[in-house]
Design a binder for this molecule. Structure first.
Ligand code: C5P
Length: 397
């Protein structure tokens, strides 16, 4: 799988940079072309000469190097590879990526690339465990960034714990997996996500608190398994997945049309929090507070997209997955909902405010299928997504 692949390897400034020299050897041994980028801090740990000699390539480092820019501009450099590997990925590089900063060559390449990115984090255990780094990690994973490690053990700084960069052979395996065709290769999966906005007038709307985090995580997990994903999203808080075909909509009616246009699909996951009603008498012009008095809003039911797709006689996706966000009798309501909507699976969760699930980073779900109710332990939304994507891959196999 690795033969003839082109890896852009960014070496950050950490003591583990010495392991990246062996990583270059291992990748080249497997037939990879390695283009190295050494950050300014990285140069404090390994020399450009050793990196260049092992990679058999020029080493890039400066955003404003006129010779480099003339040979290959930084945008082109970010696109030419099949995969970008960052090893060691320092706390600083991760923070820059999470914030979208681009003030040196490495961070600019990471922001400009249209390719997948694999990070091998490496830092002191306190830095790794710091809430800021963990927050950045969640953001990066939501953005579809892949990670390998860190491992746990004695660290060069004398402390013990997680933060050691993964060994070169583990990074090679993760690189191989990132470049491999996953079990969902050739499958088209449709994912709806986020809230819908239902206008009252051109400036006001009815909405709900969905952040789009779970739907985005699911789309990223499906992409990681090789699926082609169409992501139909309402106005969400989190950025849509990088590698999906993104269709941005506002209303439930728009979402129905976008879903119809995206079919056929092998599977469809309806993670959107679609508004149940729209305002039937929405105004074309802004309702005036002083002139029009208190407005009376007449509600009309929105189309049930999940039920409509589940009930399709022709062209129904083989697997239709719905969500049930409940605040009481979660399981019983979800079982009834599965029947009513006609979908194959329901992913049920308790969104009572005390669970902190709505808008939070964790989820506790029960998967309702023909096989009964499977209760999953509380875990990160990305872990839920990965588990669900694996199950979808098994069902479509
Ligand atoms: O009926 P309820 O909104 O609880 O059902 C939730 C499930 O149905 C979710 O999967 C949601 O995406 C989907 N749904 C839909 N269209 C609607 C309402 C809900 O697709 N109008």
């Amino acid at each position: 799988m690795l033969a003839d692949k082109h890896i852009l390897l960014i070496i950050g400034g950490g003591i583990a940079a010495y392991k990246s020299l062996d990583l270059i050897r291992q990748l080249r041994k497997r037939g990879c072309q390695v283009t190295p980028v050494l950050t300014k801090a990285g140069r404090e740990f390994v020399t450009p000469l050793s990196v260049s000699a092992l990679a058999g390539s020029k080493v890039y480092g400066d955003l404003f190097d006129l010779t480099d820019e003339a040979e290959m501009g930084h945008i082109e450099l970010s696109r030419a590879a099949d995969l970008i590997v960052v090893a060691p990925a320092t706390a600083d590089l991760m923070a820059k990526m999470a914030a979208g900063l681009s003030n040196d060559l490495a961070s600019t390449l990471l922001l400009a690339t249209d390719k997948r990115v694999l990070l091998a984090p490496s830092m002191n255990v306190r830095m790794w465990e710091h809430p800021a780094t963990q927050r950045n990690l969640v953001t990066l994973k939501d953005d579809g960034i892949l990670t390998v490690g860190p491992g746990e053990g004695d660290m060069a700084c004398g402390e013990y714990g997680p933060g050691r960069m993964a060994e070169p052979m583990e990074i090679v395996a993760a690189t191989d997996a990132a470049l491999s065709d996953g079990p969902l290769k050739g499958k088209h999966v449709l994912v709806t996500s986020g809230p819908t906005h239902e206008p009252i007038d051109p400036v006001r709307y009815i909405a709900n608190r969905s952040s789009g985090a779970q739907g985005t995580a699911i789309a990223n997990a499906l992409l990681a398994l090789g699926a082609e994903v169409t992501f139909v999203t309402g106005p969400a808080d989190v950025a849509p997945p990088m590698d999906a075909t993104v269709v941005a909509i506002e209303t439930a009616q728009d979402m129905l049309a976008a879903v119809g246009a995206a079919l056929p699909a092998d599977a469809a996951v309806f993670a959107a929090a679609v508004a149940d009603w729209h305002v039937a008498n929405a105004s074309d012009s802004k309702i005036k507070k002083d002139k029009d008095g208190l407005p009376t809003l007449n509600f009309a039911e929105n189309p049930d997209i999940l039920a409509a797709v589940s009930g399709m006689e022709k062209g129904r996706p083989k697997l239709v997955v719905g969500f049930a966000a409940e605040t009481n009798d979660v399981q019983a309501n979800a079982v009834a909902k599965r029947k009513r909507k006609g979908c194959d699976w329901i992913v049920a969760n308790d969104v009572s405010p005390e669970t902190g699930i709505m808008g939070g980073s964790e989820n506790a779900v029960t998967l309702i299928s023909d096989d009964g109710a499977d209760v999953w332990p509380r875990m990160g939304k990305d872990a839920v997504a990965r588990q669900l994507a694996e199950r979808i891959a098994q069902a479509l196999a």
